[in-house]
Each structure stands twice: as structure tokens, then as C-alpha cells.
Ligand binder design. Sequence first.
Ligand SMILES: [Zn+2]
Length: 477
Amino acid sequence: MNRRTRPPVLTLLAASLMSASALAASPGNDPAALVKIRDTALQSDYAWERMADMTDLIGPRLSGSPGAAAAVTQVAEAMRKLGARVSLQPIKVPHWVRGKETGELVEYRGRPAGVTQNVVLTALGGSGATPDSGLVAPVLVVANFDELKALGSQVKGRIVLFDVPFDQHMAARGLAGQAYGHGSSYRRDGPRLAAEMGAAAALVRSVGGAAYRLPHTGASGLQENARIPAAAVTAEDSMLMARLAQRGPLSMRLVLTPKNLPDADSYNVIADLPGSDRPDEIVIVSGHLDSWDLATGAHDDAAGVASAMAVLDTLKKLDYRPRRTIRMIAWMNEENGTRGARGYLAAEQANTDKHFGAIESDNGAGRPFGLRSSVAPQSVKLFQPLQAALQPIGAGVFQRQDALQTGDLSGLERAGVPSFAPLIDTSAYFDYHHTAADTLDKVDPDNLRRHVALMTATAWFLANMEQPIGRANVPER
Ligand SMILES: [Zn+2]
């Protein structure tokens, strides 16, 4: 159902919430109120409980899957229970389903008779399929795009492996995003480029840290009509294949049988806490509801959704009513299409100037150090009271950039809506990211509470600011 056609019963629920809260005077951005918000969040298990429900009861939530549909229902029900004004925004999502996936090195120089080597791999989202019995082809190992291009017509009929290491040293020193950006460009563009050059299949070295022979999946960037089989191999197997290829010709049997099905129906979940005197102005607080299919998407991104849900819970506990509307969004399909964000932007195209600011948490639940934001440079100083309230929990940093370009907010940001994201310790995030190990036990409940404190205080602060903060001004690329 669309927000503009919500049934009366929800409006009634919202009305009862509003009348109850209207009795309490809003403390606005009084420093004591910010401290109260922070301390209330630090004592609550609400976000942890929502995460446990999402990961333990549902599990994986890839777009189009029964898990994704169950997550829409679960989050909407939890938000209704808080008395929020809830609506489901319909969207069409890609529907890709993993199949069998095995790899085996069947020919290489020095191979003892009867010996083959197993390759641990996992299909990339949007991958095409091999025949059920698999395909056998020579492997070409390249270290970058230039090496691939230089091979020219030799690529035809071959399996291409992009052996590009993830820079764990950068990740450990606070540059995980940059390390991921470099590696993931091969996952996104490598298979497509290999397909254009006639490759039989494309493999990428897993984009992530740790060394437990875990494959990391992710979106491949392959498009309809040009799909070849594409998979991520573990760092260990990628290095093995590179070593064997140096000894001489290397061949592999690859079995990948995923299915690309017609687009499926799905939804963004939207839950509003209506503003008291500027209800038409909106502050978004959000995370993404879909996850990859190998695990339960605890860090990516149940943590973000649960923290965003907990913003409404924390303010309800305090009976605090914001001046602007605080809108919780659980985005659908961030991982392999961002159709949820596109659908929202299309629906709000004429209303983006009423969006005051937007927060998304999508870098896991590591310890938060503060905020990143694309507010106008002259507005940074306005956030000092917020920083002061968060400093005692080590989350007082405010980093400004021209553009955050986060998955779901980048369209709104280009339309002028300043983006906000928690600044997080991500040194271990890419150990689990998109693997079978992204599970609830990897999340520290104390850090999750700090996230809720940070996101609630930030959403509240934005919703009550007296001064305008200006519009985001994203430079042309
Ligand atoms: Zn994510």
C-alpha cells in the first residue's frame, strides 16, 4: 500500500500516539534532553531484540525470497506496536536464487595422476548458470583490468580469475571503505568486462579480510542478455590458482546453477513519528532490510534496521515528540538493485525539498565514533551540542564530506538532501561481510546500544533544529 492511501485504522493508531504525546512539552534540543536520549538508549535492549527476531527467526533476506517478505511483515508489525504511522511502499525487485556451486582444478602442470583440487567458491548475485554438469575450461589469472584487456582474443572461451587482494592493512587502519571500494570494483565490473570479451565464466577473489577460506558473495553487475557464470573464490583458492597458473596451463571444472527469475513484488517499510509543528518536513533514519543469502545479515544490515527502529522506541519511552516528522525506513533491495531507494525517490521527486536530512546505518555494528555527513560546510558548527552529548561515549566526531554516496541515500543526496551516517570502526566488518559468518554472535550488544544512542540523538537533533542546515551540493563526477 502507498503512503498516500493508508487505511484509516493506521491513521487512528497514529492519532492516538499523537494525542498522548501532545500532552508532553517538547524539550527540543536542550542539552539535557540529548543526554537523556543517549542514556535511555544505552539502557535498552530493544534493538538487540529486533536484531535477534530478524536474524534468528527469519535468517537470510535476499530480495524476492520468503525471508525478505517475512522481514517486511515483522518490521511493519513491530513499528505498529510502537504506534507509528506505518505504510508499505510497493516496489519490484530482482529475484535471483542460488543453485549448486562447486569448483575443481582438473588440469595443471605437476598434477599427480588421479588428483584434483577443490576450489571453495560462491556464485555472485546475478550470475548466469553453467550446464548442470558444469563446464571445463582453461583459466586465465589477471591482476587488474589492463592485464585482461591486453589478452584480447585469448579470453574467448576461458575462465577469467581476477586475483585482486583485499588490503587488510588499510582496513585495520581505518580505511576499510577504500579497501573495499578497490576490491569490489572488480566484482562489479570484472564479470561484465570478461563477458564482453567472450569469457566462458568469471571468478573474482573474495573482497574481504580474515583468512578462514570463506567466500564473500555480492552483486556482479551482470545485466540481462549478457550473463555468464560468475563466482567469488576464497582468497586462499585465488592465491593457489595464481601459483598453479605460473607453473603452466590450468583448467577448471565449474558448476554454478543459479536462476534469474522474473522480478518479484516487495516493499520498503516506512514508519512515521509525526512532527508536532512541522509535520510535512522529514528526517529519515534508516537501514536496509534485505541481506545476502549465505547468512543472516546481522551486521549487514539487521544492525542498521534495528537501530533505526530503536530511534522510535527510545523517543516513545521518553514521550518526546519531534518538531519535524522522523521517518524510519527499512529499505528493500540495497544489495542487488537499490530498487527500494529508487522507488522512494520517484515517489518523493516533488517533495525532496521537504526532506531536511537523512540518516542510514549500513557499515555494521562496530563501535561508533561519531558521524559523517554531507551538510553544507558552514553548517558543521551547528552540530556542536550534538557532539557534546555524544562525546562521553566516544562518539563525538563529526566528519564532513561533499557526498557520502551511501547505497540508499545517494539519490536523495544528489537531490540536495544532506546525508548522515554513523562513523564506525569497520576494521573487522569486512571479515564477515557477505559471508556465511555474518551472524548475530558477531555483534557486540554494547556497541549496538551506542549506535542507537548516536542515531536517536542525531535524528532528534535534526528534527528540532531551529536553523536551516542548507542543501547537499554533490559535485559532478
Ligand atoms: Zn549493506
